[in-house]
Design a protein around this ligand. Structure first.
Ligand code: ATP
Ligand code: MG
Ligand code: FE
Length: 345
């Protein structure tokens, strides 16, 4: 089964061709990062316009690099949520137009389901059930993947997402956007034990996260230093902040895997490309006899190959969308029935 996948939920325009869910024939990503850097974050209207400019090129290039034409494609999978509505609409419209013109079946894919499914691409042996830590720009979820496309959310953030915390702290230190990779790099030259930041524990929900308190602690630290006219070491600050995030993510993920009796732990989303997090989980998994799965960095951040992987399993289950498929900015993960496949009725 050969799937053409399209992704445009945020600031990456992407198209890919994926065979049988796990073999990537092409993976085209047109990133808008440079465009949004001047504003310190993603500007939705600019993102939508850029998607419109790039989408046809990405689709053409994905087919051409796979050495295929639309006639070879069995299904078109597209992200229909969650994400920025104007950005999502570009991909959804493209996919619907292609499906309408060719009769190729259409499949609506949940963006986070895509992030999770990125793990299938390079780990041919990975099958559910497993625990997945999803840490991206907008989400921090601990998920039990019970089967393909069947998710149990056991923990989530109460406030900021992990990636959001990275981005906000990076902005405060003056490292720029996007913050994750910049903090990751700075942290390598810093002392992670230089500053001790609090990590929040939520008493009544043992797998939930909270990052806004940590973010405030970092901002307070910077403000106090500035008021006192003192300098601070950016690298030490980045390393100490990153350690606080990594520690809590590692602790929650390992505890979940052990308590749910899963000997497999996967990570997903942009923050999953963080060097510190990967090292920490690698070690903790080894210590606890858990097999650790992580996508290559390029498959952690937004891409369409992961949408092709998720779309494949939907396709095999017989899931099909029709031309009423619409962008759903706050699409929930998990219960497929409640999602109406993006249909309005
Ligand atoms: P979502 O997937 O929740 O809709 P998104 O698509 O914007 O949000 P992703 O593309 O999955 O998010 O990830 C982007 C986020 O990952 C940004 O917040 C970015 O700072 C963070 N990130 C990327 N690389 C790293 C890294 N090396 N270390 C930490 N964070 C990182
Ligand atoms: Mg992005
Ligand atoms: Fe994402």
């Amino acid at each position: 089964v050969t799937i053409l996948a399209i992704e445009s939920s945020c600031d990456e325009t992407a198209a890919a061709v994926v065979r049988d869910g796990r073999e990537v024939l092409s993976n085209i990503i047109s990133s808008q990062i440079a465009l949004h850097t001047v504003y310190g974050g993603v500007v939705p209207e600019i993102a939508s316009r850029k998607h419109v400019e790039k989408i046809n090129y990405c689709v053409r290039e994905a087919l051409s690099q796979a050495d295929l034409t639309l006639e070879d494609i069995d299904a078109i999978a597209v992200t229909y949520g969650p994400g920025l509505v104007g950005a999502l609409l570009v991909g959804v419209s493209e996919a619907k137009a292609l499906s309408f013109a060719t009769g190729i079946p259409l499949i609506g894919v949940h963006h986070i389901e895509g992030h999770i499914s990125a793990n299938y691409i390079e780990n041919k042996d990975l099958e559910p059930p497993f625990v997945c830590l999803v840490v991206s720009g907008g989400h921090s979820h601990l998920v039990v993947v019970k089967d393909y496309g069947v998710y149990d959310i056991i923990g989530q953030t109460r406030d900021d997402a992990a990636g959001e915390a990275f981005d906000k702290v990076a902005r405060a230190i003056g490292l720029g956007y996007p913050g994750g990779p910049k903090i990751d790099k700075a942290a390598r030259d810093g002392d992670e034990n230089a500053i001790s930041f609090p990590t929040a524990k939520i008493a009544d929900a043992e797998y939930d996260f909270s990052f806004s308190g940590l973010k405030s602690a970092v901002l307070n630290y910077i403000n106090i230093k500035r008021m006192q006219g003192e300098d601070f070491n950016k690298n030490d600050l980045a390393a100490s902040f990153q350690k606080a995030v990594v520690d809590v993510l590692t602790e929650h993920a390992i505890r979940a895997a052990l308590q749910y009796g899963c000997d497999k732990l996967a990570i997903a989303g942009g923050v999953a490309s963080n060097t510190g997090l990967r090292q920490s989980l690698e070690k903790a998994c080894k210590d606890n006899n858990i097999k650790f799965y992580r996508p290559s960095p390029v498959l952690c951040t937004d891409n369409a190959a992961m949408i092709g992987a998720a779309g494949y399993y939907e396709y095999m289950k017989g899931e099909r969308a029709d031309l009423s498929l619409n962008a759903v900015p706050n699409l929930p993960l998990g219960d497929r029935e409640r999602r109406f496949h993006g249909r309005s009725s």
